[in-house]
Write a protein that binds this ligand. Structure first.
Ligand SMILES: [Fe+2]
Ligand SMILES: [Fe+2]
Length: 212
């Protein structure tokens, strides 16, 4: 945000606010993501988290474009910064340079446990709560002949207790996320499954129609 003196306005100098942030849309975020991320797995992870965070935005009456854009961009620099001494902190200045607003950049930074930033807004809480669980639900869907259809919280929770299944997913962050949202884990799982179902095809998941 920059403040300009407008001397050329009729009626003399006037203070005008010119916002140099880009317009926040999920399509622009997708463009930024795919410019920096070639990996299909990373793009699918972004889409899965976007679906979940977008679901919550809609149900909470929040700014869905902002929330979706933030979710799409939360790991945008992972391909170029694959280690925690760089991701996501070295990506943040790149987002600022591209004109993404501070609210989005701060939320992106807050998803990283190692930065220990406060998750003090609904967007930050939701992004954190959806990141690991969307990945885990995605993994559950990949091993089922009908993908996400009929996937119950009970079976997701059973798999959470098997350390070898989707071993990269931090279980403690899944549990902490539901708590941060003030939801029972069952409800959070049900919401995330419902959120991801419409984009099952884009996520490389089978559907009941494929299984038939
Ligand atoms: Fe990340
Ligand atoms: Fe992520």
């Amino acid at each position: 945000m920059i403040i300009l003196e407008r001397a050329d306005e009729p009626g003399g100098p006037e203070r005008g606010i010119v916002d140099d942030s880009v317009e926040v849309t999920r399509d622009r975020a997708w463009e930024t993501l795919t410019r920096h991320t070639q990996s299909e797995a990373l793009r699918r992870h972004a889409l899965a988290v976007e679906a979940s965070v977008g679901w919550y935005a809609r149900h909470l009456g929040e700014d869905e474009e902002l929330w979706r854009a933030t979710a799409l961009l939360h790991d945008f620099d992972y391909e170029i910064h694959p280690t925690l001494d760089q991701h996501p902190q070295d990506g943040a200045p790149m987002l600022r340079d591209e004109g993404w607003p501070e609210e989005l950049v701060e939320a992106v930074l807050s998803h990283a446990e190692h930065l220990a930033m406060p998750r003090d807004t609904p967007l930050k809480k939701t992004l954190f709560a959806c990141d690991e669980l969307s990945g885990f639900v995605h993994a559950c869907g990949l091993v089922r002949p009908t993908g996400l259809e009929g996937l119950e919280p009970k079976s997701v929770k059973k798999k959470l207790k098997q350390p070898s299944f989707a071993a990269g997913v931090h279980r403690d962050e899944v549990y902490a996320g539901a708590e941060l949202l003030g939801l029972e884990l069952d409800d959070h799982i049900r919401n995330v499954v419902e959120a991801m179902q419409p984009i099952a095809g884009e996520l490389g998941l089978r559907t009941a129609a494929d299984a038939a």
